[in-house]
Design a protein around this ligand. Structure first.
Ligand code: SAH
Length: 457
């Protein structure tokens, strides 16, 4: 009987791993397909250009359009092969027409590449192992040893005995680079890679500083003020669910916290791992984040401008020991009993509206905060709008989306033991091209809530 159960569990695990591999494979394909997708766009532009009546071709285009379409190699794409890449604001006008709710495919943070929700650790035991193993890490970046560890980590997710849904086994991490993976990448996946590149600007470029000052700075100042006498020997622990590309979590670490970012998107994790673990100097890479959108440009130069990344060298930024990024669904990872009362602070930035059920998020945030610590601790700092990610999804039967007003979100938080300490509205953009003629602004809610003591000591 027991053997049967074990067998069943083993089969279940294998299935989950296979799904995991499938999902990761698709995402890697999307990354690999980036240059090809860009060339496809260029071919479309050229087709349109060819249709122009001769008289309308008489101006001087920025690029030599006389070359054979198939034979021509975009000089920007060449860069990609040397590790440079470009990005997008995918066809802004078509995005606009998709939705009436103001959701732009790329400016919508909640959709920021999260739909592919990786099955990364859909099994709770694996999740916790992952949390642990992340915590055991040498600082996530840092030495060359860290790099190796990180490669192992990816290899762990897709270890050798794993087979994909077709039963094909993967023998080595190099299999991921198989060119056949670049074929048949759906456009939505390509879009997600382009979104990631905009997120890189937000988190890791000098051009993103204005946005970071709007969003991250108030949070960091508030954390600093909430933990005035924090100890270097025993730093407070701060969790950042929905950490995106990791800059906020890193800044929190540099402020003197044991900081953990949590993120469930492989798109994000692959990219943040690259920046955190594999960059060697400031400005090491050149990207062209705005090149994919021909809309709302003031000039060709604006569209073609390069952006250097990263603006700081993560390994030299002065992190506090214990910094980690934990892959997995916030609900699945932190709803575990081992997480109860573990964190001194939880920081959510553009995160709470990614929930199917925001009440569940709030309940978990309350549960995982420590109880009965020093005055000034157990805080939840939140920054962001309520652009509910699943609001417009009429997908599968079991999909749900609970869309509460700000007023109701606060009521729920009070129900779960929070007291509102500070509240403010801050205007901000999200992954916006600062030189675009179109700028979406959020009036983000910014609050500090404290978990009330439930027991008297
Ligand atoms: N905090 C970052 C990213 C905000 S976008 C910033 O301000 O730039 C929201 C992020 O939450 C996305 O990266 C998305 O992948 C992630 N996310 C959404 N649902 C999640 C979940 N259930 N668990 C973990 N991460 C999640």
């Amino acid at each position: 009987m027991e053997i049967e159960e074990d067998e069943e569990r083993r089969r279940q695990r294998k299935l989950e791993e296979a799904l995991e591999v499938k999902s990761l494979r698709r995402i890697i394909s999307a990354y690999l397909n980036y240059p090809e997708a860009a060339e496809e766009d260029v071919r479309r532009y050229e087709k349109s250009f060819k249709k122009l009546p001769p008289a309308h071709k008489a101006f001087e285009p920025p690029l030599d359009m006389s070359q054979d379409v198939d034979g021509c190699k975009d000089p920007h794409l060449e860069n990609f092969e040397h590790g440079h890449c470009h990005s997008e604001e995918r066809n802004a006008s078509s995005c606009q027409s998709v939705s009436t709710s103001g959701r732009m495919c790329c400016s919508n943070h909640a959709q920021a590449c999260s739909q592919e929700k990786s099955n990364i650790m859909s099994n709770p035991t694996t999740e916790l192992q992952e949390v642990k193993s992340e915590q055991q890490h040498e600082p996530i970046f840092g030495s060359g040893a860290g790099e190796v560890e990180n490669k192992n980590e990816i290899a762990e997710c897709c270890s050798n005995d794993v087979a994909d849904s077709n039963g094909n086994a993967f023998s080595s991490p190099h299999d991921w680079l198989d060119p056949s993976l670049q074929l048949n990448v759906p456009l939505v996946d390509v879009d997600k890679v382009r979104c990631i590149i905009r997120n890189i600007v937000r988190d890791w470029a000098a051009e993103g500083e204005k946005e970071r000052n709007q969003c991250y700075k108030p949070i960091l100042e508030e954390l600093d003020a909430q933990f005035p006498n924090r100890s270097k020997e025993s730093p407070p622990a701060c969790l950042v669910p929905g950490a995106g590309l990791g800059r906020l979590a890193l800044e929190i670490s540099c402020l003197g916290f044991i900081s953990q970012g949590n993120e469930f998107s492989y798109y994000m994790m692959i990219c943040s791992s690259f920046i955190l673990n594999h960059t060697e100097t400031t400005g090491q890479w050149t990207i062209y984040p705005w090149i994919h959108s021909n809309c709302n440009s003031l000039s060709d130069n604006d569209q073609l401008r390069p952006v250097l990344i990263p603006d700081i060298h993560p390994a030299s930024a002065g992190i506090t020991e214990g910094f980690s990024m934990c892959g997995g669904d916030f609900v699945e990872v932190y709803n575990d009993s081992s997480q109860i009362g573990v964190w001194d602070a939880v920081v959510t930035c553009f995160f709470i509206d990614t929930a199917h059920n925001i009440i569940e998020y709030i309940e978990i945030i309350s549960r995982i905060l420590k109880e009965g610590g020093l005055v000034g601790w157990q805080v939840w700092i939140n920054f962001g709008p309520l652009l509910y990610h699943f609001a417009d999804m009429y997908g599968q039967e079991d999909d749900m989306s609970i869309e509460l007003s700000l007023e109701d979100v606060k009521k729920i938080a009070f129900h779960y033991g929070f007291k509102l300490e500070k509240e403010q509205t801050i205007e901000t953009t999200y992954t916006t091209n600062p030189r675009s003629m179109m700028q979406n602004h959020y009036h983000a809610a910014f609050w500090t809530m404290r978990k009330k003591r439930t027991t008297t000591t």
